[in-house]
Ligand binder design. Structure first.
Ligand SMILES: Cc1ncc(COP(=O)(O)O)c(C=O)c1O
Length: 393
């Protein structure tokens, strides 16, 4: 079961609210990172709306967040643009070919004419500050965003915003470097009266304790003053980090070639794909009578948690119940022998995990629940054979 803590979400969004108020900018939730919409009412007052990666997320934002909607997709089709023009507030395009293809349709729309719908371009400042190529939209040949060279001499009539997204789990020093590149390559556009908004994307790790929020506030204020634009931030991870867990049951334990193996009720590839894609090693806790002091994001009444370590006597390779040989979370050491029926808690599984799950191999999809501020658990959704069947035809 996935359990998301309302208290933890509210703690994050209170920080985000404080930051955006200090900076005088707007801040929206990136739905691609967290879109458990039944949790939205608990924190929507803190944020200005949502950013969507296309029509479906934009519809979710409109229907369940009911505030500002920003839509950006690497490519739209005509039918999607037609529908988006009806309700999105910002519509950002990834290439000049996309903009030229749709600008006549967009600019003829009454919402564009009345100024309710604003259009922008995603630009590529070509300033890599991260460490993982998979998450770097500034690499040479990137398909994400328009470079200054591509933009030179283009007819930009009808546009009023620029959008960049270059960060991933980064501090505001990297934003500062990026803004220098933005100034060098696109400053002349931002200074012109035609451009009224600058979207600084996501990847700002604002709710991490070590994040330098004061510098973010200064950078946003400086950009607003220098360019006379509205600044928008669209974090996903910073909203939902450390707010949820995935609970699993140990279904089998045995040994093979000197390795202790545990097969779980959840799958790495099906339910925690970033563990394999990023890749990363999640924190794992065993529900036990003894506790180790550290705590997962969601704790249930009457339970103690013992955090698994790197090496020790009771080391198990934790794997899922699918056919994929590599469906493995990793090797984790416990303070005691694992038994069938033990409960393991995978920490920090709300962001970019719940949005990516599948029913590969027909493995039962974990239920989704909220933990309310009084500690009570509300199960929002349990999945059945019918859900598995109906998604396939
Ligand atoms: C365009 C855009 N905006 C916002 C985000 C959210 O980023 P994060 O969850 O790292 O804050 C992403 C993530 O990939 C993105 O591509």
């Amino acid at each position: 079961m996935f359990i998301v803590s309302i208290a933890a979400l509210k703690k994050n969004t209170a920080i985000l609210r404080e930051v955006k108020e200090a900076a005088g900018c707007h801040l929206v939730l990136a739905l691609k990172g967290f879109s458990c919409w039944k949790a939205f009412p608990y924190f929507r007052d803190d944020l200005d709306g949502c950013c969507a990666s296309g029509l479906w997320e934009a519809q979710l934002a409109r229907d369940y967040f009911q505030k500002h909607v920003i839509t950006y997709s690497p490519a739209y089709d005509g039918a999607d643009v037609e529908k988006l023009c009806e309700f999105t507030d910002h519509l950002d395009f990834n290439s000049l070919t996309q903009w030229f293809r749709f600008r006549e349709m967009v600019m003829a729309h009454p919402r564009f004419k009345s100024g309710e719908l604003l259009c922008g371009l995603r630009v590529n400042p070509e300033c890599s500050t991260g460490e993982t190529a998979l998450y770097d939209p500034c690499v040479a040949g990137s398909r994400l965003g328009i470079t200054a060279e591509q933009l030179a001499g283009a007819d930009l009539t009808g546009l009023s915003g620029l959008h960049f997204h270059t960060l991933c789990e980064q501090n505001s020093d990297d934003l500062e470097k990026t803004l220098l590149a933005v100034e060098e390559k696109f400053g002349h556009l931002l200074r012109s009266s035609q451009f009224t908004y600058l979207n600084m994307g996501g990847g700002h790790w604002i709710t991490k304790p070590f994040y330098d929020r004061q510098r973010l506030v200064r950078l946003v204020r400086e950009a607003q003053e220098k360019y006379g634009v509205e600044v928008w931030l669209e974090p996903g991870e910073a909203v939902a980090i450390h707010t949820g867990v995935l609970r699993a049951e140990v279904m089998d334990v045995f040994e093979s070639a000197g390795h202790r193996l545990a097969i779980l009720s959840i799958s790495a590839t099906g339910h925690m794909p970033d563990v394999m894609e990023m890749p990363y090693r999640p924190d794992v806790f065993l529900v036990d009578s003894a506790h180790s002091g550290e705590r997962p994001a969601v704790m249930l009444e009457g339970e103690n948690y013992h955090r698994a370590g790197e090496r020790g006597e009771w080391t198990y390779r934790l794997g899922g119940p699918t056919c994929l040989a590599g469906d493995v979370v990793g090797d984790f050491s416990f303070h005691r022998e694992l038994k069938i029926g033990d409960i393991l808690v995978f920490d920090d599984m709300a962001h970019y995990t719940m949005v990516k799950t599948t029913t590969f191999n027909g493995v039962k999809h974990p239920a989704i629940a909220l933990q309310h501020e009084d500690g009570k658990i509300e199960v929002l959704r349990e999945f059945s054979y019918a859900d598995f069947r109906d998604r396939l035809s």
